[in-house]
Design a protein around this ligand. Structure first.
Ligand code: IMP
Length: 429
């Protein structure tokens, strides 16, 4: 049995797509368990760059069954566009399976996401405006429409009618926006349904059977630990559970089926959207990280905020996810720097915080306490083993490892899959 969870250990965009792509050969299934098309995985495969938002990156491998789990929220229009694009690139989508229990993003969810952000003004979350939050709100308030509803026009219309009786009031009376009729949405969505129906399945049973048959299943997280609705920097978070526990609820497997939890962290840190960020840099080093690291959102194209590696956050991610391994990406982005800082604790009003402070205001005002390490100032993009890295780069990784208290299993030194040092990953033997 091998159930392996892969999650982001920071604020997302850690390079999860690249690592999934790298280890995908070992797996029979790759399952997404939360989020929606707010995510963006850039996968470079066979010389092609593909940007996937919803479909698990396992789609690129003919031996893998990619699954969209029940914890995901699906915009069917985006799903079908992505499937069309993959087919245009010559990649088959016929193995894709979609959980019957996944929720649908409706047109009014997108409208409400944008409208509530505009209303918040300076206090905005900085969402991707893809309707993610409002779709999860409806899931929790039991007003959501699910993938399975697409298979029964009568039920679909009935549930839509109930939802619209509230949504139209909110759209028109609260936000002054146009309303929808049942026919209008039903016509659009039932047309999507015809194309989506062949992919719908009860995926929980399937995944559990696969694990029982010793097949390998990768549970692929989107976003990152600090964007988790429970464990992140609330309210500046997404509306799902990108932490390891989400892999269980978002796919329907028990925690004892998970053998290993891989956490991905960049050698520095970025975040998109609003919210506290103690190690954020507004100076030329920050600019350097953005430019050299090409830190622009895959989904929205927004420039990411960038800063020094925050060891407190990653240690928190180790605990919250039960990480067994840490994977460091983009180490090469630091190669030109003379010295490199790592945040080891925070300071606020004379107190030192070695762990994430409980109160949000403390975290907002926390000043990072740094350790400064020498840079290596040489090209590491061709290094194939840990020993080939310059001593200063090895020391940097070891420093991070000691702070996190889990071993670093892989180190990415460039964008392509070959540019990854495998330190503690044997895969399927
Ligand atoms: P939402 O997920 O669109 O509701 O956005 C909520 C917050 O999560 C915002 O700060 C977004 O910028 C952030 N976010 C959502 N998806 C991603 C991602 O894939 N990478 C990084 N940040 C994300």
């Amino acid at each position: 049995m091998a159930g392996i969870v892969l999650v982001g250990a920071q604020w997302g965009d850690e390079g999860k797509g690249k690592i999934t792509d790298l280890i995908a050969d070992d797996f029979d299934y790759v399952v997404r368990f939360q989020g929606g098309n707010n995510a963006g995985h850039t996968v470079i495969h066979a010389g092609r760059t593909l940007k996937l938002h919803l479909i698990p990156s396992g789609i690129m491998y003919p031996h893998i069954t990619p699954i969209i789990g029940n914890g995901v929220v699906i915009d069917p229009k985006v799903l079908l566009e992505e499937m069309d694009e993959l087919r245009e690139q010559g990649l088959s989508t016929h193995r894709l399976l979609i959980s019957c229990n996944a929720h649908l993003i409706m047109p009014y969810h997108r409208d409400l996401d944008g409208a509530s952000e505009r209303r918040l003004g300076k206090l905005e979350i900085g969402t991707t405006r893809r309707g993610i939050g409002p779709a999860y709100m409806d899931k929790a308030s039991r007003m959501g429409l699910r993938v399975q509803d697409l298979t029964d026009e009568h039920i679909f219309r009935k549930k839509l009618d109930a939802a619209l009786s509230e949504k139209n009031d909110i759209l028109s009376k609260v936000y002054g926006l146009p309303t929808y009729t049942v026919d209008q949405i039903a016509e659009e969505y039932l047309a999507y349904a015809e194309r989506i129906k062949p992919y719908i399945a009860e995926t929980s049973t399937l995944i559990n059977r696969a694990l029982a048959a010793s097949q390998w299943v990768l549970f692929e997280g989107a976003q990152g630990t600090l964007l988790d609705i429970d464990h992140g920097t609330y309210p500046f978070v997404t509306s799902s559970s990108p932490t390891a526990g989400g892999a269980c609820t978002g796919t329907g497997v028990g925690p004892k089926k998970i053998d290993r939890v891989l956490g991905i962290a960049k050698a520095y840190i970025t975040r998109v959207g609003s919210g506290p960020f103690p190690t954020e840099l507004h100076d030329e080093t920050g600019r350097h990280l953005i430019d050299v690291g090409n830190e622009y959102g895959t989904t929205t194209g927004r420039e990411r905020r960038a800063g020094w590696y925050d060891g407190v956050i990653v240690r928190y991610a180790v605990h919250v996810n039960g990480l067994t391994d840490l994977i460091i990406t983009k180490l090469d982005v630091l190669s030109q720097l003379e010295t490199i800082k790592v945040c080891v604790a925070y300071e606020h009003e004379g107190h030192r915080y070695n762990e994430l402070p409980c109160h949000q205001s403390t975290f907002h005002h926390a000043r990072p306490i740094y350790e400064e390490l020498p840079g290596w100032r040489s090209d590491i993009t061709q290094c194939k083993t840990f020993e080939e890295l310059p001593a200063a780069a090895r020391d940097y990784v070891s420093f991070i490892e000691d702070l996190a208290e889990v071993p670093v299993a892989m180190i990415a030194v460039g964008p392509s899959r070959e540019q990854t040092i495998m330190r503690r990953w044997k895969g399927r033997v």
